[in-house]
Ligand binder design. Structure first.
Ligand code: NAD
Ligand code: IPM
Ligand code: MN
Length: 364
């Protein structure tokens, strides 16, 4: 029996809806396995700007520090899009990652075979499934480099500097190789070393780290090719390790291979057990408040929390299996476009009865 303090940062848009679902699932898991979760809400993002004038109030950072982990929904939305960079809701997320030293962002992209028809790729391309772990560097690179605007005769110029230190690359590479040791032992390091100096350093350091992992096969790939290869043959990938911005982009792409961005969880980790767990999607302002958001990314993020921060492996698997069962039972949110018959259609009754069957199965 464990007792765990979870800081819950619901944020904006669909953040509160998906966090509620994840907290309910954690609560239920706690009941079944005899653990207690103490949820403490904190403000960050647009809602924090509205209520306190700051996107990341000090009280939020303090609560996070006093907690065992963080569950975060999403931040941002059109209401705050005209604020200056520092004042924007997204700055809160970057601030939390940096303040808490959460440099390693694990983004697993696994296809649920019940959703194979929601994958836009041909059936023979996904075969018996894909299972990719994107290891994204999270506290460096262009997100945290020097940035600004400069006046010039010909108008304004804006810049964002991409840079990486050897230490930053080394620690994320170690994380990727350690992960690969528990998987298929293949790492693809994604960079733009044909153009960027920071990528050339990245490639050198990743290669050096690989010498400590003789069992792991390392390949290097340029990011443009990687974006293409993900669509052409996603099964070639096991672990992909990459920079902050490339990881951000490639993980959204990978999510669509699994059927929807609403499915992919993530864990943001530093040294030690503490972590922040968040879906990879954003605040989805277009569907916020309608209770139609897919909660699976947030629910699976809570499973990652149990595994990575609390060492509750069986409990994490239980949540993951429950998600698989629900999908196998035919439940779908609207973001999943597969051949499942929507209950509003003519074949409604057939679909409803298959749902009832699913419920019976789940209860048994
Ligand atoms: P988004 O991920 O919010 O939405 C992209 C599309 O995917 C939308 O059509 C949305 O409806 C859909 N979608 C996303 N999550 C879904 C879910 N769980 N269920 C069903 N559909 C879902 O990306 P965006 O539109 O580029 O960004 C919107 C806002 O969110 C911006 O302010 C952005 O900065 C912010 N954002 C925040 C985070 C975060 O807090 N971690 C991540 C990405 C974007
Ligand atoms: C994500 C988001 C964030 C990022 C934004 C909102 C700062 O897109 O978590 O994927 O780019 O890291
Ligand atoms: Mn993103």
């Amino acid at each position: 029996m464990g007792s765990f303090k979870v800081a819950v940062i619901e944020g904006d848009g669909i953040g509160p809806e998906v966090c509620r679902a994840a907290c309910e699932v954690l609560e239920k898991t706690g009941e079944i396995f005899g653990h207690e979760f103490e949820f403490n809400k904190a403000l960050a993002g647009g809602i924090a700007i509205d209520e306190t004038g700051e996107c990341l109030p000090e009280a939020t950072v303090n609560l996070c520090r006093a907690s065992d982990s963080i569950l975060l929904g999403a931040v941002g939305g059109p209401k705050w899009d005209d604020l200056s960079g520092e004042a924007r809701p997204e700055t809160a997320l970057l601030g939390l990652r940096e303040e808490l030293g959460l440099y390693a962002n694990l983004r697993p992209a696994t296809i649920h075979m019940a959703l194979k028809n929601a994958c836009p790729l041909k059936e023979e391309i996904i075969g018996d499934g894909i299972d990719i772990l994107i290891v994204r560097e999270l506290t460096g690179g262009i997100y945290f480099g020097e940035k600004g605007w400069k006046g010039s005769k010909n108008g304004m110029k804006a810049y964002d500097v991409e840079s990486y230190s050897e230490a930053e690359v080394k620690r994320i590479a170690i994380r990727a190789f350690d992960s690969a040791m528990n998987r298929q032992k293949r790492v693809v390091s994604v960079d733009k070393a044909n153009v960027m100096e920071s990528s050339r350093l990245w490639r050198r350091v990743v290669t050096e780290v690989s010498h400590d992992y003789p069992e792991v096969e390392l390949t290097h790939m340029y990011v443009d090719n990687a974006a293409m290869q993900l669509i052409k043959d996603p099964r070639q990938f096991d672990v992909m390790v990459t920079s902050n911005i490339f990881g951000d982009i490639l993980s959204d792409e990978a999510s669509m291979i699994t059927g929807s961005i609403g499915l992919l969880p993530s864990a943001s980790l530093g040294e030690g057990n503490f972590g922040m767990y968040e879906p990879i999607h954003g605040s989805a302002p277009d569907i916020a408040g309608q209770n139609t958001a897919n909660p699976i990314a947030a629910i699976l993020s809570s499973a990652m929390m149990l595994r990575h921060s609390f060492g509750l492996i069986e409990e994490a698997r239980c949540i993951e299996n429950a998600v698989t069962k629900v999908l196998e039972s035919g439940y779908r949110t609207y973001d999943i476009k597969d051949s499942y018959k929507i209950i509003k259609s003519e074949e409604g009754r057939e679909s409803v009865s298959s749902m009832i069957m699913g419920c019976k199965e789940m209860g048994s």
